[in-house]
Design a protein around this ligand. Structure first.
Ligand SMILES: [Zn+2]
Length: 111
């Protein structure tokens, strides 16, 4: 999905611009996703340092598991956001390609 966030709210013309285009990304949790992403990256750097320092392999594995579950949770938030916004819009506009793409993505995500 694109990094463009095109949620528009122009009070100047008084028109609600949400849900105008099915292609627009109007996710509400993008900020939370980015925060979690930064934390996961920091965590990953810490694990790298553990390996460089020759830390106990079992400890390293436990930290890798923690990073993995953090990344999975990020994916779940993105998925929820996508379903609640983009997919709802797509159903309203009859854009079945979005559902097809989602099916493919879920297939890979839950593997
Ligand atoms: Zn989306």
């Amino acid at each position: 999905m694109s990094g463009l966030h095109t949620h528009e709210e122009h009070s100047s013309n008084g028109h609600a611009q949400e849900h105008t285009h099915a292609q627009d990304h109007s996710h509400t949790n993008t900020k939370a996703v980015l925060n979690r992403m930064n934390r996961a990256i920091g965590h990953m750097e810490a694990v790298k340092t553990m390996i460089e320092d020759g830390r106990d392999c079992s400890e390293v594995l436990i930290q890798i598991a923690a990073v993995r579950s953090a990344i999975n949770n990020i994916g779940k938030i993105i998925l929820e956001d996508h379903i609640n916004h983009c997919v709802v819009d797509a159903i309203e506009t009859g854009d079945w390609q979005v559902l097809k793409d989602l099916n493919d993505a879920i297939d890979k995500f839950i593997k």
